[in-house]
Ligand binder design. Structure first.
Ligand code: FES
Ligand code: FES
Length: 157
C-alpha cells in the first residue's frame, strides 16, 4: 500500500504524518493521533458519531480519506474544551443531562458547535436541521436540543 506524507492541523497543532492511501480520516484521528473522542459507529456515513470539522465544516470522518486532509484544519471534540475547562456548549449538555451512553455526544457537540458558529441564535427547527446527520439511540433528542438552545441563549459554544 502506498503511503503519503501529509501535513494537517488538528485542534491547532500541526502534524506531519505518513498515511496509507486507504486510511480514513477517522482512523488517522483515532489510531495515529490517539484522539479517541471521535467515535467509530457505522463506518458508512450514516450515524454521525465520527463527525469532525474540516476547515470549519462538519464531515463524517469515516467517509473522508486521511490524504484529503492534507493542508487542512481539523477540529475534534478534544479541541472544544480550553485548558481543561469544558466549553459552554459542553457544560450545557451536562446541565441538561443530554448525555446517556455518550457514544453520539462528540459528534453532536461538533455539529452543534458548527451551527452556533454560523448561526449564534438558531431556532428549534434550525437546531434539528443541524443534527440531521447525528443519530442518538438513547436520549430522544429533546435534552440535546434543549442544551444547544441554552448554550445559544447564553451566548456560548
Ligand atoms: S462512523 Fe462515520 S457516520 Fe457513522
Ligand atoms: S447518548 Fe447514547 S447514542 Fe446518544
Amino acid at each position: 500500500m502506498a503511503t503519503h506524507a501529509i501535513t494537517v492541523t488538528v485542534n491547532g497543532a500541526g502534524e506531519r504524518l505518513d498515511v496509507p492511501s486507504n486510511m480514513t480520516l477517522l482512523q488517522m484521528i483515532r489510531e495515529r493521533l490517539a484522539l479517541t473522542g471521535t467515535k467509530n459507529g457505522c463506518e458508512a456515513g450514516e450515524c454521525g458519531a465520527c463527525t469532525v470539522l474540516v476547515d470549519g465544516e462538519p464531515v463524517n470522518s469515516c467517509m473522508m480519506l486521511a490524504v484529503e486532509a492534507d493542508g487542512r484544519q481539523v477540529l475534534t471534540v478534544e479541541g472544544l474544551a480550553a485548558e481543561d475547562r469544558l466549553s459552554p456548549l459542553q457544560e450545557a449538555f451536562v446541565e441538561h443531562n443530554a448525555v446517556q451512553c455518550g457514544f453520539c455526544t462528540p459528534g453532536m457537540l461538533i455539529s452543534a458547535h458548527a451551527l452556533l458558529k454560523r448561526n449564534p441564535h438558531p431556532d428549534e427547527g434550525e437546531i434539528k436541521q443541524a443534527l440531521v446527520g447525528n443519530l442518538c439511540r438513547c436520549t430522544g433528542y429533546v435534552r440535546i436540543i434543549d442544551a444547544i438552545q441554552t448554550a445559544a441563549d447564553e451566548g456560548g459554544m
